[in-house]
Design a protein around this ligand. Structure first.
Ligand code: NAD
Length: 390
């Protein structure tokens, strides 16, 4: 097996990501960018017939275009050229049964976030991966950006001193009106607690922000206090979340996720303030990182520079000045997943990019974060004080 896998691309299967779906297509672009994966099988749609038709458009061999994931597992398990790994690109509530079944059948898994809809399921999934010895990765997209790795290395090297304050925000405007009531596919399941889980904006994009802040700073959350709001009439889950974070060691954070921030489109922004400097990164300009040293001149660090951290250089494909973005960041996760999967099968420690990818444990922390946010909000009004004069 070891020699065999060294000499070829990893065989990738996909569940979800069919016609009209959002993230499956991004996975497919990302998996191809470094020639480490070949998409050979899939159950692409909840509707078996639509899924097969979609597979034909991707030139998947008809025998490997499956009606559902159970059929896919049963058939792939019998093949000598079985898939190595499956990418799960379905709505949140299906992640657990699909991932658990693939792991139990001996396949590696790349799962969309949030890993599951309950913390208990996430714990169980991490446990199944450990027991079966399979790789479980989670696509926290934004940790794939090279300058996020540069920022992480700068924090770890003490270049901004001890971190005091973290501000992270992920504002979107797409659900500023009740588009789920008009049949928008992505919004309709995201607005349904049975399919989305307990979090609305916080489960969908707040989890990204939470992961990014922890990834860059290395800080571990001690406790949080959340205020959720649902502004759009008829909606059940939050469409706006403010979360105060207390990290071990004393740092404080503030996280904002919103689905109704008019004028904002994927405006993920991270600011980290240390004792001797600060770092600012914004997804809309992902090839720049602002470093402001205490009493010094702020410097804009550009992707692709030779003096950046090794990980940041390793995740860069084109020279500075040629913009890289979202697809490349996603591809960096796939490059890391390939390295982690190969290393595991070859019985060696993964190289740098394989060590940094988000795993099941990160997915579990993300689900636990959502649970804690909703618990905090539902816990009531402790801490809210009315001023004597307004
Ligand atoms: P979507 O509604 O656009 O697509 C879901 C797809 O899954 C559809 O093709 C649907 O037919 C299919 N599907 C549903 N149940 C299935 C089943 N049991 N078997 C096979 N196919 C099934 O959803 P989306 O916006 O692409 O989101 C999918 C997942 O990706 C969600 O978990 C979401 O949170 C996550 N996501 C992650 C990112 C990221 O940046 N990492 C971005 C967007 C979405």
């Amino acid at each position: 097996m070891t020699g065999e896998i060294k000499a070829r691309r990893l065989r990738l299967g996909m569940v979800g990501g069919g016609d009209g779906a959002y993230i499956g297509g991004i996975h497919r672009f990302a998996a191809r960018l470094d020639d480490q994966f070949e998409l050979v099988a899939g159950a692409f749609d909840i509707d078996a017939q639509k899924g097969r038709a979609f597979a034909a458009g991707l030139f998947i061999e008809p025998a490997r275009a499956y009606g559902d994931y159970r059929e896919m597992i049963a058939a792939e398990a019998q093949r000598a050229d079985r898939i190595d790994v499956v990418a799960i690109c379905t709505p949140n509530h299906t992640h657990f049964p699909i991932a658990a079944a693939f792991l139990a059948a001996g396949f590696d898994v790349i799962c969309e976030k949030p890993l599951t809809t309950t913390s208990a399921d996430a714990v169980a999934l991490v446990e199944i991966a450990a027991r079966t010895g399979r790789f479980l990765g989670v696509t926290y997209t934004y940790s794939g950006y090279p300058l996020i790795h540069a920022a992480r290395a700068m924090v770890a090297a003490g270049e901004i001193g001890k971190v005091r304050v973290v501000q992270v925000e992920y504002p979107l405007e797409w659900m500023a009106t009740a588009i789920e009531q008009g049949g928008n596919q992505q919004a309709s399941w995201r607005s349904d607690p049975k399919r989305s889980g307990r979090g609305g904006s916080v489960g969908d994009i707040g989890t990204h922000a939470y992961h990014l802040a922890g990834f860059v700073t290395g800080l571990k959350l001690e406790a949080l206090c959340a205020d959720l709001a649902t502004f759009v009439e008829g909606r059940v889950l939050d469409d706006n979340a403010h979360v105060m974070l207390r990290y071990h060691g004393g740092a404080r954070g503030l996280l904002w996720s919103s689905n109704l921030a008019v004028g904002c489109s994927n405006g993920l922004r991270l600011r980290v303030f240390g004792e001797t400097g600060s770092l600012t990164w914004h997804q809309e300009e992902p090839n720049s990182l602002l470093h402001a040293p205490l009493h010094g001149r702020p410097v804009t660090i550009k992707r692709g520079r030779e003096d950046l951290a090794i990980a940041a250089r390793a995740l860069t494909r084109t020279p500075p000045g040629h913009p890289e973005g979202y697809i490349e960041a996603f591809a960096n996760l796939y490059a890391g997943f390939a390295e982690a999967i190969r290393a595991r099968r070859e019985g060696r420690a993964p190289g740098l990019i394989g060590q940094a990818v988000p795993t099941g444990e990160d997915g579990l922390k993300g689900v636990a974060f959502v649970d804690a946010v909703v618990d905090s909000h539902e816990g009531g009004q402790a801490g809210w004080v009315r001023p004597a004069y307004v």
